[in-house]
Design a protein around this ligand. Structure first.
Ligand code: PLP
Length: 451
């Protein structure tokens, strides 16, 4: 994407290119737009281009941009107390922890606050290892858990490769993915059964008594919006109970309304031992994440010190914005709105796209968390672009993204997929406008597909 003349001449652009070192990128190849502002489901650049944010930035702006109540809460907290060390009690932190504990399932009653998702998954496995006295951690291929040392080792996607060998003791297994089954299944029930049998087998050969934790994205996010078949999470819960393993649900992306529930596990009525959260907790207005902890695990650290901490654990500005965000969710019925958007608009619209566009192989999701998986051939399911494609090999996806942006929509694309993940507060009308743009942009990918 090219920044045009006005942006490219700005001090923001020049200083960025001279001094900002960006995530995940070959620095010299970047050409960012300069963002001037945002409101609700839209953001705009200094050249006057406005985008419907169908990515919620990095699937974190659940409540929309610049929600006045969050902005006011941050200002109010800033006037009162900007920062305080983690060992003091503080009203904003205490209230945020209580509200989160009240929302969490079962007896997950304590919250360890972090600055984001990776620190949450790092600390979750630290807790699990110390609680069980075991060292191994099982995670899935096709997952993302963050980019710090343990989190990137847990990650089951190509972002891990350049970071290997990583930390010891992390073992990968295959999770369910009915459209591209690792188990040669033909329906979701069979996928569930065989995925659980596979996990049980992996546990047997790894030695269940060596396994501290199984870490799962409740609904896999970046790696494909893989919604687990009914019964899968219950089955994982049973395996964990049977072997005394800690079940960690990584809800950094899937939590806080994204799946039409406070926590995605609520959709299946499953209670994990630890839930990792970040992103949607306060829509990233101030960096915040954390781990919600069961009574039994918290009890492990009642009289022995927990060997982990962060200067900004429970930062007042972040916690005040979390309190405001949770209250807005309740006052504005945002969970209900997420269900409505998924059930009444996105689900039917994507089914319609799948029926009309030969390049659409599969559509899936729930709440405001959906994927459109693109293929060259609907019969063979050959992906539109190869796994982890870059450069020329990724051209069809790049063309699709450009077609969206040209029409005023900022898409989320990953490998051979585009995800429909706008702010949960988006209006019906804006959502329909965005879906119509995707419909048009799919004409571009259709040209690469067998009709
Ligand atoms: C499921 C999941 N876990 C963890 C993370 C890492 O979060 P952060 O980037 O805040 O460290 C992400 C980020 O995308 C995520 O999607």
């Amino acid at each position: 994407m090219t920044a045009d003349t006005t942006a490219a001449q700005s001090a923001a652009y020049r200083d960025d290119r001279a001094h900002v070192f960006h995530s995940w990128s070959a620095q010299a190849l970047l050409n960012p737009i300069v963002v001037a502002g945002a409101a609700g489901a839209r953001f705009w650049d200094t050249d006057g281009n406005t985008y419907l944010d169908f990515a919620s930035q990095l699937v974190n702006v659940n409540i929309g941009h610049q929600h006045p109540k969050l902005v006011a809460a941050i200002k109010e907290q800033a006037d009162q107390l900007c920062t305080i060390a983690p060992f003091h009690a503080n009203a904003a932190r205490s209230e945020a922890a209580r509200l989160i504990a009240e929302l969490a399932p079962g007896d997950l009653n304590k919250v360890f606050f972090t600055n984001g998702g990776a620190e949450a998954t790092e600390n979750a496995i630290r807790m699990a290892r110390l609680h069980t006295g075991r060292h191994k951690v099982l995670t899935t291929y096709r997952s993302y858990h963050g980019s710090t040392a343990a989190a990137i080792t847990m990650t089951g996607d190509p972002r891990r490769w350049a970071n290997e060998p990583g930390i010891p003791g992390v073992v990968k297994f295959w999770g369910p993915y009915p459209y591209r089954s690792a188990f040669f299944t033909t329906d979701a029930a069979e996928e569930c059964e065989r995925a659980l049998a596979h996990l049980a087998d992996v546990l047997t050969v790894e030695g269940p008594a060596t396994v501290a934790a199984i870490v799962l994205e409740t609904v896999v996010g970046t790696n494909g919006i893989l919604v687990p078949p009914d019964g899968y999470l219950q089955g994982v819960r049973e395996l964990c109970d049977h072997h005394g393993i800690v079940f960690v649900a990584d809800e950094v992306m899937s939590g806080f309304g994204r799946c039409g529930e406070w926590f995605a596990v609520d959709h299946w009525g499953v209670t994990p031992d630890l839930i990792c959260f970040a992103k949607g907790i306060n829509s990233g207005y101030v960096p915040l994440g954390g781990v919600i902890i069961s009574e039994a695990i918290a009890e492990s650290f009642a009289t022995r010190p927990y060997p982990g901490g962060l200067t900004y654990s429970g930062h007042p500005l972040a916690c005040a914005s979390a309190v405001a965000s949770i209250n807005v969710f309740k006052e504005e019925g945002i969970i209900e709105h997420a269900r409505h958007l998924g059930d009444d608009i996105i689900g039917p619209a994507l089914a319609d796209l799948a029926a009309r566009h030969p390049s659409v192989g599969d559509v899936r999701g729930l709440g405001v968390f959906w994927a459109i998986e693109l293929v060259r051939n609907g019969e063979t399911r050959e992906p539109l672009v190869p796994y982890n494609a870059a450069g020329e090999a990724n051209a069809p996806m790049a063309e699709f993204a450009a077609a969206c942006r040209d029409r005023g929509l900022w898409p989320f694309t990953h490998f051979n997929r585009t995800h429909v993940v706008p702010p949960i507060t988006i209006s019906d009308e804006e959502l329909r406008t965005g879906l119509a743009i995707i419909d048009e942009a799919l004409d571009v990918t259709d040209k690469h597909a067998v009709a």
